[in-house]
Design a protein around this ligand. Sequence first.
Ligand SMILES: NC(=O)c1ccc[n+]([C@@H]2O[C@H](COP(=O)([O-])OP(=O)(O)OC[C@H]3O[C@@H](n4cnc5c(N)ncnc54)[C@H](OP(=O)(O)O)[C@@H]3O)[C@@H](O)[C@H]2O)c1
Length: 227
Amino acid sequence: MKIAILGTGTVGQTLAAKLDSIGHDVTIGTRDPAETLARDAKDAYGNPPYKVWAAAHPRIRLDTLANAAAHGETILNALSGAGSLPGLELAGEANLDGKILLDIANPLDFSNGMPPSLFVSNTDSLGEQIQKRFPKTRIVKALNTVSAHLMVDPGQLAGGDHTMFVSGDDPAARRQVTSWLTEWFGWRDVIELGDISTARGTEQLLPLWVRTWGALKTPMFSFRVVR
Ligand SMILES: NC(=O)c1ccc[n+]([C@@H]2O[C@H](COP(=O)([O-])OP(=O)(O)OC[C@H]3O[C@@H](n4cnc5c(N)ncnc54)[C@H](OP(=O)(O)O)[C@@H]3O)[C@@H](O)[C@H]2O)c1
């Protein structure tokens, strides 16, 4: 499948490498490809600059957000929370219309330092804001409650016995994403929460997620719903 991944950070790179390795045709979108490839500094988490990762993944193209979105039959949003709506504007409504957009972004606000707060919560969510702005795109929120490495390989933890949540207004799109999570990445316990307003619940897990990270000193943990 032709897949666009919007976002050049750890999430974009990790998803791109996995999807490329299982035979998908992946283009990553960034605001300015030349500027992204010219970066020399490590990112905020100490990862090498994008060009180092790109050199090890020569099949994966880097393009503008609009060209990547035009390429993708399906779109994955791995932009920062604050960058998601501006980045999707650059991707262009016409390039998103009718497609499933798997939204992984969290509305984290780092303006007051660590731990971050949420810039939207309680009565709204980033997933809903994206769905309202792009009504013809089928937004499905998932994968935002685990670190990037667990997104594509949940079996690294507890034999894969932990839970992923899926939110979206279109039941067929939710089911499609659920089956991709299983086929592509090996998720076995997926709960379809319901319409996109249920993303309020999973985005609001992040304040707990960041504090658990602080206590455990590792992002290799997840939530499991015990019935
Ligand atoms: N890191 C994780 O393990 C993890 C886990 C769960 C969920 N998430 C969520 O996944 C998303 C990606 O996380 P990440 O850690 O890979 O990277 P990130 O540092 O949160 O985001 C990097 C991406 O955001 C884009 N961006 C930043 N500001 C922008 C703006 N004003 N307009 C448009 N785009 C902008 C950058 O674009 P350029 O390429 O143009 O610079 C880059 O592609 C985030 O929303 C995060 O909350 C992350």
